[in-house]
Ligand binder design. Structure first.
Ligand code: 5RP
Length: 236
């Protein structure tokens, strides 16, 4: 089953397949974004088609919505669902408190809204995503395009007072143009290296005008399903 996959993709696949077992008939499921989440969506689609699993999915991005429809999952909006039984999503980093950095794929806003509107958030990750302290992965911050350079200056000023090691900020690009999220916003990636107080930083960033949301998920994740390259899976 996993023979043709690299160890990292094997790790993502086995984590996704194990997490798919948490999904049962009748559930409203938040569907994450990214390569690990894609394995999950494909597995759930398989169960819908082959085992008659009855679920409704709320995707966290246009690309996940496209994939979910393609594999046969009924797609509804968050407002149609009202509330979700579970959300399963990937991550860029997680620490021992199950706090996360997300948004490497640019879908952090919908991902945070959907995860927060769920009874349970299950994160699926390859073992390399586990860190002692968050921050080696650049922290994505979604900002509205209007005045984004001013917003960036305000973020940079704020970082001076925060317990972080790095202070670099860069506008995410897609080729020659600024990257646009599904909401039409930009992403600033903050190269902080080490985030001493992630809870405080998450709150302070969201106070800055122009910031829509940041990629720190604090106290949102309930379980991490960790996949290894040799096919082992562990739950945290
Ligand atoms: C998208 C995300 C992804 O979950 C995160 O970037 C991990 O992606 P991958 O599973 O491809 O490593 O937060 O916004």
């Amino acid at each position: 089953m996993t023979a043709e996959l690299s160890p990292i993709d094997t790790a993502k696949l086995v984590a996704a397949r194990r997490a798919a077992e948490f999904v049962t008939d009748g559930m409203r499921v938040g569907l994450g974004t990214g390569s690990t989440a894609a394995f999950l969506v494909e597995r759930l689609g398989e169960r819908v088609r082959e085992d008659g699993l009855k679920i409704r999915g709320v995707p966290t991005s246009n690309r996940t919505a496209d994939l979910a429809r393609q594999v046969g999952i009924e797609v509804i909006t968050l407002d149609e669902a009202g509330w979700l039984d579970v959300t399963i999503d990937g991550t860029d980093e997680f620490d021992s408190d199950l706090n996360l950095i997300k948004g490497g794929g640019g879908a952090l806003l919908q991902e945070k809204i959907v995860a927060t509107a769920s009874d349970q958030m299950i994160v699926i990750a390859d073992a390399a995503k586990q860190v002692e302290t968050l921050g080696a992965f650049p922290l994505p911050v979604e900002v509205i395009p209007f005045g984004w350079q001013t917003t960036r200056s305000l973020i940079e000023e704020t970082l001076v007072t925060m317990d972080v090691l790095g202070r670099g900020t860069s506008l995410r690009m897609a080729g020659d143009a600024p990257f646009r999220t599904d909401e039409g916003n930009h992403i600033l990636d903050l190269d902080l290296k080490r985030i001493g107080n992630a809870r405080q930083l998450a709150m302070v960033l969201n106070q800055i005008p122009g910031v829509v949301e940041n990629g720190l998920f604090i106290d949102i994740c309930d379980v991490v399903v960790i996949g290894h390259g040799d096919g082992r899976v562990e739950l945290r």
